[in-house]
Design a protein around this ligand. Structure first.
Ligand code: ADP
Ligand code: MG
Length: 245
């Protein structure tokens, strides 16, 4: 049954989540509402994740509903799965990759450490049965090795902006034509690190009809600017806890 507006508000309040631009209620279980695919739900169980965190509970229905979104939440609130789980749902509905195609989802992260962390999480889900391979691309490591793994096929690529721009200049290295989901993690840090131009040029190289989501711990002016450049006009804002500027 449909929840009343008051019931949706109460559920959000209990999770310390605020939403601007969308009426869908947060989910209480990962499987609720059928937004996520069966492989991801099974993998969540295998990996010991029981209930969604606040940001996940609200991001899952909104992002799986196809909306562009801005997620604002402090460190430790579970933002990685808030953008990975909807990516899996989207990937599961698409035609499999052919040789030399891919990825379907692209994640940008500010540092090698963060890109590695996200890729490790994604690879744990892959080992737990989610049919999406993940490849990480970052500076300070062999480009040759990364290109080799990329060519072996990856539904998800996690990259730092600088190295991805580098790789895009290598002929036949990475084909962005199948990217239908673009996630920017720690957007505030990417801008602080001077990746503004690289991030923008990557966003513009991705199909205009790709879904875009952005996550940040803070909301300073430069992030506001990037939001307006990158997300659709009708994007949804989902925040959890206290967000600084
Ligand atoms: P953030 O990106 O917001 O800093 P992470 O995605 O890195 O947060 O998650 C922080 C920690 O919380 C990780 O150790 C992760 O495995 C754990 N975590 C994420 N979601 C859940 C969940 N639903 N239940 C239990 N632990 C979770
Ligand atoms: Mg994070």
């Amino acid at each position: 049954a449909e929840l009343t507006v008051e019931a949706v508000e109460a559920r959000r309040e209990a999770l310390d989540v605020r939403v601007d631009g969308e009426t869908r209620a947060p989910v209480e279980r990962f499987g609720q509402g059928g937004a996520l695919d069966v492989h991801a739900i099974r993998a969540l169980k295998r990996l010991g994740y029981e209930t969604p965190t606040g940001i996940q509970a609200q991001c899952i229905p909104v992002i799986c509903g196809g909306r562009d979104a801005l997620g604002l939440a402090t460190t430790g609130s579970g933002k990685t799965l808030a953008f990975l789980l909807p990516a899996y749902a989207q990937i599961s509905r698409q035609r499999p990759l052919r040789k030399k195609e891919g990825p379907m989802a692209l994640v940008l992260a500010p540092t090698r450490e963060l890109a590695t962390q996200i890729a490790n999480e994604a690879n744990a889900f892959n080992r737990a049965g989610v049919p999406a391979r993940c490849c990480a691309i970052f500076g300070g490591a062999s480009k040759h090795e990364q290109l080799k793994r990329l060519r072996a096929g990856a539904e998800i690529v996690v990259a730092t902006p600088g190295r991805l721009i580098d790789v895009l200049h290598v002929k036949n290295s990475i084909d962005l034509r199948r990217v239908t989901y673009l996630a920017l993690d720690e957007a505030d840090r990417m801008l602080d690190m001077g990746f503004e131009r690289a991030v923008l040029s990557i966003c513009r190289a991705v199909r205009p009809d790709a879904q875009r989501v952005m996550f940040s711990a803070t909301m300073p002016r430069n992030v506001r600017w990037l939001v307006n450049e990158v997300l659709a006009d009708d994007f949804v804002t989902i925040s959890h806890g206290q967000v600084g500027t």
